[in-house]
Design a protein around this ligand. Structure first.
Ligand code: HEC
Ligand code: HEC
Ligand SMILES: [Ca+2]
Ligand SMILES: [Ca+2]
Ligand SMILES: [Ca+2]
Length: 465
């Protein structure tokens, strides 16, 4: 079915006259690639294109490090239950899911629910508008009675906060030749609330991203990332790119944001502790108060963290040291053509192909690696259609962090779907591209002007990642 949709889209899009020769002239003919371009994760790369491709420990871990990684693996899969219990107590009382892996299935990505399914790996962030002072950058303001995330599940005898109804409307996008392509626009309605929500609540849908290769992204030197920033678009290519600065709860200062769809977390330790706290209702030394604090669901009779520092550390180490799958078919002429088109359509201006990591303390295997993540780790204005209209520290309501594209061609194999973008609205790679607006509108338009062969080549390249 998905293939049919892609097929139809491409046939409809075929050829807008005039632009082809110009675009082809930019292509460097006979450019050859050295085989290292297949090593997406440097020395952490593994050669496995199976459904386990995202779940393999980095091959360059020491014996002791591998042991720690495997301990983390167990905790990543641990199912939490209502206290008291011998194993893994402390779930909730309100939460979104009962284990990390339930959302990050096979260490891969989640998707929005199909009709008749419950919410599993898509969650909704909430906040009140910052009406006090539009200039000041603040953490999202909690909604009274709800906090900053809708917890749609609760332990027995406790009320969940609510649920969400998702409807899609197909909207045509008109190509330059008058052809119409349908994208599905999601519409989210919060339902079954346990108490009325204020009139104006900002809502941000976010699907669980894949969790491999993240230690490498954490090891990219801050100054490398900042060299890509061009907030005032001084070089006038229409692309700005801006760093997010977010609250680091350990260091007690603002720090460069790296993780999450809006780069709203500064490092993996805090990202993991937030996941326990926000998504599972589990306290850690970083977040000692339950996510339900101040609400009727709140019950807490101990300030001992429900998840120990030891577990927090091994789970953090686990997501720091999952291998990156190698590219496939790197020498295929169609894939090579697609790679050239990727650069030519300015995709590579945000999805930066090659970076060098610095030193990540305690994780030598991800340090000093040449990697191919296809991200600049910066925020970009992606236009009103992708906007959630919920600012997150410096990220505006229409800004998102460029997601890495490594492994994207294996999502179908690992996770059995091809839903992309922050809320999984895109049903395939071409739809994901056609949603690009704002700073990426020019790229999107170049794609709309391509021939079918060129678009096929671009997709073949993305599938090789
Ligand atoms: C309810 C589903 C859910 C659960 C449970 C969950 N996550 Fe996530 N995870 C998400 C979503 C959604 C995001 C993106 C959050 C954002 O954009 O702010 C995310 C982001 C992440 C990231 C950052 C990925 C990136 O590329 O920026 C990491 C790492 C992560 N989660 C690890 C974990 C760990 C470890 C656990 C268990 C302790 C966990 N998650 C539990 C849904 C979940
Ligand atoms: C201005 C920066 C920018 C440019 C240029 C750009 N992208 Fe993106 N891309 C993004 C951002 C930001 C997102 C995430 C948007 C979202 O989730 O709402 C994204 C998402 C994607 C995704 C989905 C990734 C995922 O994990 O779901 C794909 C595939 C993609 N881009 C491919 C491309 C291709 C191909 C081009 C060139 C035609 C391109 N991008 C140009 C910034 C850019
Ligand atoms: Ca708890
Ligand atoms: Ca909540
Ligand atoms: Ca620029």
């Amino acid at each position: 079915m998905k293939n049919i949709i892609i097929g139809i889209t491409l046939i409809f899009l075929v050829s807008v006259v005039g632009c082809k020769s110009e675009s082809q002239s930019i292509i460097g003919i006979g450019k050859s690639f050295d085989s290292s371009s297949a090593l997406s994760g440097g020395d952490t790369t593994i050669f496995d294109a199976s459904s386990h491709a995202f779940s393999i420990p980095a091959p360059n871990l020491s014996t002791a490090a591998l042991e720690r990684h495997l301990e983390g693996d167990v905790e990543f899969e641990a199912v939490f239950v209502t206290a008291p219990s011998e194993v893994n107590p402390g779930l909730g009382p309100i939460y979104n899911n009962i284990s990390c892996v339930n959302c990050h299935s096979r260490d891969g990505r989640g998707r929005p629910p199909n009709v008749d399914e419950k919410l599993v790996s898509l969650l909704f962030r909430l906040s009140l508008p910052n009406t006090e002072n539009l200039e000041s950058v603040k953490p999202p303001i909690p909604v009274p009675g709800y906090g900053t995330q809708l917890n749609n599940r609760a332990i027995y005898g406790t009320q969940a906060e609510g649920s969400v109804k998702i409807e899609y409307n197909e909207h045509p996008l008109t190509a330059e030749d008058g052809t119409r392509i349908h994208l599905r626009f999601p519409n989210y309605t919060i339902t079954d609330t346990y108490k009325p929500l204020p009139d104006v609540v900002e809502v941000s849908p976010r699907v669980a991203p894949a969790v491999f290769g993240l230690g490498l992204l954490e090891a990219i030197p801050e100054k490398t990332i900042l060299t890509f920033a061009d907030e005032g678009d001084v070089d006038e290519d229409g692309i700005s790119g801006k760093p997010n600065y977010v609250w680091d709860v350990v260091e007690k200062r603002y720090a460069l944001g790296r993780f999450g769809w809006k780069a709203n977390q500064p490092n993996l330790l805090q990202q993991v502790a937030s996941a326990y706290h926000d998504d599972m209702g589990l306290t850690t030394s970083l977040f000692l108060l339950e996510n339900s604090f101040g609400q009727p669901q709140y019950t807490q009779n101990s300030t001992t963290p429900e998840v120990s520092d030891e577990i927090l550390d091994v789970v953090t180490f686990y997501v720091q040291t999952l291998a990156v799958p190698a590219r496939r078919n790197v020498d295929d002429p169609q894939v090579m053509h697609g790679e050239q088109l990727f650069v030519q359509a300015q995709c590579a201006s945000c999805h930066i192909p090659t970076l060098r990591t610095g030193l990540l303390r305690g994780v030598p295997s991800v340090s000093n690696q040449t990697i191919h993540p296809y991200t600049d780790m910066l925020l970009h204005d992606m236009g009103p259609d992708l906007a959630d209209n919920r600012p997150d520290f410096h990220a505006s309501g229409s800004e998102w962090r460029t997601p890495p594209l490594w492994g994207i061609g294996l999502v179908q194999t690992v996770n059995g779907h091809t839903n992309f973008l922050h809320d999984g609205r895109a049903r395939n790679l071409m739809e994901a591209i056609l949603w690009h607006g704002g700073e990426a509108e020019k790229s999107r338009d170049i794609i709309l002007q391509m021939s079918k062969n060129e678009r096929d080549a671009l997709i073949a390249f993305l599938r090789s990642l």
